[in-house]
Design a protein around this ligand. Structure first.
Ligand code: NAD
Length: 492
């Protein structure tokens, strides 16, 4: 199916097929409060569907279920877990159009981008199905030659997985797949703005053969009502969180009281460095991907364009022309290349950042305004700013690109590192030595070298500084869900 064929009937048919309850102990049930929660379409502001509004009691029931399932689940053969993940990959891939449309409806991204997220998100299922059977320990002779040393891995135990609204499928698969691979049971709490994709995904996991109780899903209007009691319960052993830094800090404080393992994928403020020797057309193409994917609502979104002064005028002209050519429209429309911002409050915040930037001397080259009409659209914006403009220190989370200049490599590195965040960064240069020198000195977990999108299931994704702790994906991803046991054995 292509975007041209999305009809209102097709949307309704899909929405009617999405489970709207809480998944607890293998069954979809109503919230104990009897309350429901509306999920909206950000392109129209209209209600798409009402779901069950889970609370503390429901969260505890989900943990009861996860805790009860943990013992047997940990003892399943790795091959069995691998095959469940592989079947889930096949099922998500078969239903790619459903997942893509559902994400477009509840989150707003254009269908083409949503399809890209399905492919990316599904890869975590395939990657970790392959990792499951190759997660080896070690056996060796002690340095003294007297003992045999055995190092094995065990699942860390019941895990709370908290996901944000911006990548509704990929953020869930990036956590659920390694947890399944490691043999952990789970309580998944999706963001209340975009819970539907997680619910459809959970149904697919059941269909793929996941035993009851292994994956529980509780969505609700109060995140802390769901997470709070679980974080205090000694049966919970881990929290994996993707979201904003302030919430991550709060969860780490709570985790400390219960000595929980934590993985924290937090905010970002990615620098995009363009050196004088860069291929400027390639840099603009990369800038468009790094800035405009997901309407700029990505932790990896380029937020600070640092361009060598010799090429800044040309780069800005080309970048502004590319931004102007975009077409903000509902993601189901064939001509849409930019979707809406997730809600009115987020759009207001973006506009405030732009106004503050202009008040501090920034110049609007293109955009700089909300788009009139239904939904929460914001015009793709390019700002020309000085190095001290306040927008450079904020996570924008929107389609706004501030561009500033540097004169020397040292200055570029200093500007890039002038952030509390350290998630993604991008370097455009034709000189691989420049790339290596700069990469060694910048404090970021991810570097895109002449590439505007680098996330991949096979690679360790994560940040340093206030961007968090731990890695998702890659060989590292499964380690986040395992604990190590060492057995010292006397020589036979
Ligand atoms: P958020 O922190 O508001 O919410 C994230 C999740 O945490 C949601 O499920 C929310 O319901 C829940 N939550 C909120 N308050 C909570 C509380 N007190 N206790 C427990 N859970 C709570 O973030 P958001 O607005 O959904 O997402 C945007 C943020 O996420 C940005 O800062 C972005 O950079 C970050 N993000 C990071 C990554 C990464 O991999 N590093 C990926 C995507 C998004």
């Amino acid at each position: 199916m292509t975007a041209t064929t999305v009809t209102a009937e097709r949307e309704q048919e899909l929405l009617q097929s999405v489970p709207t309850g809480l998944l607890i102990d293998g069954a979809w049930r109503d919230a104990s409060s009897g309350k429901t929660l509306d999920v909206h379409d950000p392109a129209t502001g209209k209600v798409l569907l009402s779901i069950q509004d889970g609370n503390s009691d429901d969260a505890m029931a989900a943990l009861d279920s996860a805790a009860a399932a943990q013992h047997d689940w940990a003892l399943t053969a790795p091959r069995e877990r691998a095959e469940i993940l592989r079947r889930a990959f096949d099922l998500v891939t078969e239903r790619a159009e459903d997942f893509a449309l559902l994400m477009t409806l509840e989150m707003g991204k254009p269908l083409a981008e949503a399809r890209g997220e399905v492919a990316y998100g599904a890869e975590f299922l395939r990657w970790f199905s392959e990792e499951t059977v190759r997660h080896y320990g070690r056996y060796f002779t002690s340095p003294e030659g007297k003992n045999k040393m055995i190092v094995t891995h065990k699942p860390v135990g019941p895990s709370l997985l908290i996901t944000p609204w911006n990548f509704p499928l990929a953020m869930a698969t990036r956590k659920v797949a390694p947890a399944v691979a490691a043999g952990c049971t789970m309580v998944l709490k999706p963001a209340k703005l975009t819970p539907l994709t997680s619910m459809l995904f959970a149904e697919v996991m059941q269909e793929a053969g996941l035993p009851k109780g292994v994956l529980n899903v509780v969505a609700g209007s109060s995140a802390s009502a769901i997470s709070g009691p679980l974080m205090k319960d000694s049966r919970l052993r881990k929290v994996s969180f993707t979201g904003s830094t302030p919430v991550g800090v709060k969860l780490m404080q709570d985790a400390a009281n219960n000595v929980l393992r934590t993985s924290m994928e937090l905010g970002g403020n990615a620098p995009f460095l363009v050196f004088a020797d860069a291929d400027l057309d390639a840099a603009v193409e990369g800038a468009m991907a790094a800035k405009m994917r997901n309407m700029g609502e990505a932790c990896t979104a380029a937020n600070r364009f640092l361009v060598h002064e010799d090429v800044a005028v040309e780069f800005k002209a080309k970048f502004a022309a590319a931004l102007k050519a975009l077409n903000p429209a509902r993601g189901t429309e064939p001509e849409s290349t930019v979707g809406p911002i997730i809600d009115g409050g987020a759009r207001d915040d973006i506009h405030q950042l732009v106004q503050d930037s202009v008040a501090a001397g920034g110049e609007v080259v293109t955009g700089g305004q909300p788009k009139d009409g239904d939904g929460y659209f914001y015009l793709p914006t390019l700002l020309s700013v000085g190095n001290d403009n306040p927008i450079l220190t904020e996570e924008i989370f929107g389609p706004v690109a501030p561009v500033t200049t540097f004169a020397t490599e040292e200055e570029a590195i200093e500007l890039a590192n002038a952030s509390q965040y350290g998630l993604a960064s991008y370097i455009y240069t034709k000189d691989v030595n420049t790339m290596f020198r700069v990469s060694e000195q910048i404090e970021f977990g991810l570097v895109g070298f002449n590439a505007g999108v680098i996330s991949n299931a096979s690679a360790p994704f994560g940040g340093v500084k206030q961007s968090g702790l731990g890695r998702e994906g890659g060989a590292e991803g499964i380690e986040e869900y395992t604990t190590v046991q060492y057995i010292g054995m006397a020589d036979p």
